[in-house]
Every structure is written in C-alpha cells, then in structure tokens.
Design a protein around this ligand. Structure first.
Ligand SMILES: Cc1cc2nc3c(=O)[nH]c(=O)nc-3n(C[C@H](O)[C@H](O)[C@H](O)COP(=O)(O)O)c2cc1C
Length: 329
C-alpha cells in the first residue's frame, strides 16, 4: 500500500469542484497551505477521445503539486485507460468519482450510482490500480439514499480491490448538497478499513476541521464549499492542528491583494475570457458579507469586461478603506 499521508505536508485538502478547482484556484489554495488539491472530475470517455475541453481540466504546472486528478466513468477498462492518460499528464494520484449526483453523470452509469453496484466498484478499482503506478483513491458518499447507507461496505471493497485511500462525503447521493453531512459515517468507515480515510462535508471554518478529526479519527479533511472566497481557511486549519491560535483572516488590504493575485493568475493561465466570465463568481464569494457589498455585487454581475470589473473592485475597496465604521446609536 502506498503511504499517501506521510508524504504530505498537512492534513487539509482542496476538494474536486467542477467549474472551480482549476489551476489558478489550486495555486491559490496551495499558497495558503493546502496539502493536496484535486482537479474537477473529468470524463474518462473525453480523455480517451482526446476532447480538448477535457484536457484543459488537467492543465497543471510544476508548482501544482501534489495533484489528484479525478476521473469519472462506468467501465473498468476505459477508466484504466483514462487513468493512464491522467498519470502521463502529471497526476500524483488518481481519484475515481463515486459520488457525483448529477443526472447526466448518473444516467451514464458513473458517479454516485456506482454505490449501488459494489461488484462493479471492485472491478473498476482493480482495473485502474493495475494500469497506473501512482496511488488510486475513491471518493464516495455515505450511500445512495437514507435506506441504503453502505459507505462501510463500499470502502472495504475499494480497499480489498487495491485502493490506497478513500474520501467519504457524509451525505447520501439523493441529498445532493443539502442538509448536514453525517460525520458518523466517516467515523464508521475509519473504523472499518486500514487505508487512510479523508473526511468531507461541512467544513466551513477551521474549527470544523479539528472537530471532524476529533469526532471521526479521519486521517485528513477535504474542504469543498468552505473554500469559496475563503482560500485562507487552509492556514487556519493548519494553525489549529499545530496547536496554535487561528489567525488567518486577512484584513481589507490583504483581501484585496489576494483577489487581485487570483484574478491575474486566472487571466495568465486561462485567458482573458475566463478572467471575465469565470471570475465573476469568485468576486461575489470574496466580497460576501463585507460592508455594502450588495451594491458592488449587483453591479459586477452586469459589467461586460475585466477592465470595468477591476475598476469597480478598486472603487469598492477604496470606499471600504475610507468609510469609518458604522456608529450604532
Ligand atoms: C460546485 C460544486 C462542484 C463539485 N464538483 C465535484 C467534482 O467534480 N468531483 C467530486 O468528487 N465532487 C464534486 N463536488 C462535491 C465536493 O467535492 C464535496 O464533496 C461537497 O461539496 C461536500 O463538501 P463541502 O460540504 O465541504 O462542500 C462538487 C461540489 C460543488 C458544490
């Protein structure tokens, strides 16, 4: 078995996030101490057909390490071929998606519906494991629905078939992203297998990561939505896990610099079209909860190009800097 955990510099990972965990975003997360980052899920068929868009999702660079590339599909042989392509493209780890609840993915027999077919999971893991030399991991849900919670069974099967680690998202597939993640399932999987278990679901603040590790004994945590507009969460998690005080929230000026850095990476790596269209959502996340941000956020959604958005960002942050704190009578 490959020792994934001991080769990493921390216990806080960036989750695969479709439309979000691209190269610029991963570099930002790493700059705050993220120990392992994943690409968004890429289609095994797309990789084999050499679809340009699919290859774009695997774009990486020397600083983007260690990197998990996540693939999805339903056929053991195709997934094995796709894994080999991903490994040749620089994956340090291949993750197989067994948790995506999106209709189109499910219909193709991939993603979370695999949780209904343990035999197929065994064949997929064995086939991918045979094809690549890098570690192979699986990302699963707690089960398909509330009456079929089978993460423990699936994790055991994955382990027996050669998986090097398992990530457990403590929600059922039919829950989507709603409700609370059930961390007890993560604890049960940890008890049941010998391979490392990464816990996932509802880490919104650094303290949540500490609680998850304490309650489940998981080997590392994977942060999803809690990182949006908040990549410094990794600093906080690492500080708390090292027994230090959490001190990660950037001041206004720092936040402004972080946004600009992320934005210029997006433009540099993905081009100006992406820096306009794809970045808008990051601006909304980065400014959520800041004073008077709703006006800025409404405005930014209507602006046509990067220059005008940058201009508004500058004006907004300047206004924050000069506005004295509101005096409550
Ligand atoms: C916008 C979005 C995109 C996602 N894309 C993927 C994906 O490509 N692969 C995957 O395994 N999970 C994906 N997920 C699920 C997350 O990796 C994670 O399991 C989930 O959000 C639960 O963690 P959280 O409560 O910390 O957000 C996605 C979730 C969201 C919200």
């Amino acid at each position: 078995m490959v020792d994934i955990i001991n080769s990493l510099r921390g216990k806080a990972f960036l989750a695969p996030l479709a439309g979000i965990s691209n190269l610029p975003f991963r570099l930002m997360a790493r700059s705050f101490g993220c120990a392992l980052a994943y690409t968004e899920m890429v289609s095994s068929n797309g990789l084999i057909r050499k679809a340009d868009k699919t290859y774009e999702y695997l774009q990486t660079c020397a600083e983007d390490k260690p990197l998990g590339m996540q693939i999805f599909g339903a056929e053991p042989q195709l997934l094995a071929k796709a894994a080999l392509i991903a490994a040749e493209r620089g994956a340090d780890l291949i993750d197989i998606n067994m948790g995506c609840p999106v209709k189109k993915v499910i219909k193709s027999g991939a993603g979370a519906i695999l949780m209904k077919d343990p035999g197929l999971i065994a064949r997929i893991v064995a086939s991918v494991k045979k094809a690549v030399a890098v570690p192979v991991t699986v990302k699963i849900r707690s089960g398909w629905n509330r009456s079929s919670i089978n993460a423990v069974e699936i994790a055991r099967i994955a382990e027996d078939s050669g998986a090097d680690a398992v990530t457990v998202h403590g929600r059922t597939a039919d829950q989507g992203y709603s409700g609370m993640a059930d961390w007890k399932v993560i604890a049960a999987v940890k008890e049941a297998v010998h391979i490392p278990v990464f816990g996932n679901g509802d880490i919104w603040h650094p303290q949540d990561a500490v609680r998850m590790i304490a309650q489940t004994s998981c080997d590392a945590v994977m942060v999803g939505r809690g990182v949006l507009g908040n990549p410094w969460i990794f600093t906080g998690i690492n500080q708390l896990l090292a027994g230090r005080r959490e001190d990660c929230k950037p001041g206004l000026e720092q936040r402004y610099e972080i946004i600009k850095k992320h934005w210029s990476l997006e433009a540099e790596i993905c081009g100006s079209r992406s820096a306009t269209r794809n970045f808008r959502k990051h601006l909304l996340w980065y400014t959520k909860g800041l004073e008077g941000s709703s006006r800025f956020r409404n405005l930014v959604s209507t602006l046509p190009d990067r220059e005008s958005m940058l201009n508004e960002l500058d004006k907004y942050f300047l206004s924050l800097a000069v506005t004295p704190p509101e005096i409550i009578p």
